[in-house]
Design a protein. Structure first.
Length: 115
């Protein structure tokens, strides 16, 4: 059974940092491209970052997070990370881990950026 479990969300002040983690099970993690999305109530879910399979040498970011967020993966731990720095109030959303080839989504983790 394919499963994605996110953790690491929370409340942070503007300018702060958070690291999200997503641990996968039920499929061969290292050969799968992985992604992070986010969603605000009333809006479509949007792509934040995507990392290629294997060593993760091909990475893409949404323009809104370039230079502030970093996606990475640890295939030994079946985990993908999203390091978020210089957070802004507009980064507030529920963040979801996604395995596109498996059509799998995590349950989401809330990130709130507020003073």
């Amino acid at each position: 059974q394919v499963q994605l479990v996110e953790s690491g969300g929370g409340l942070v002040q503007p300018g702060g940092s958070l690291r999200l983690s997503c641990t996968a099970s039920g499929f061969i993690f290292r050969i799968n491209r992985m992604a992070w999305y986010r969603q605000v109530p009333g809006k479509q879910r949007e792509l934040v970052a995507v990392i290629s399979s294997g060593s993760g040498g091909n990475i893409n970011y949404a323009d809104s997070v370039k230079g502030r967020f970093a996606i990475s993966r640890d295939n030994a731990k079946n985990t993908v990370y999203l390091e978020m720095d210089s957070l802004k109030p507009e980064d507030t959303a529920v963040y979801y881990c996604h395995a596109p080839a498996k059509l799998a989504w995590g349950q989401g983790t809330q990130v709130t950026v507020s003073s």
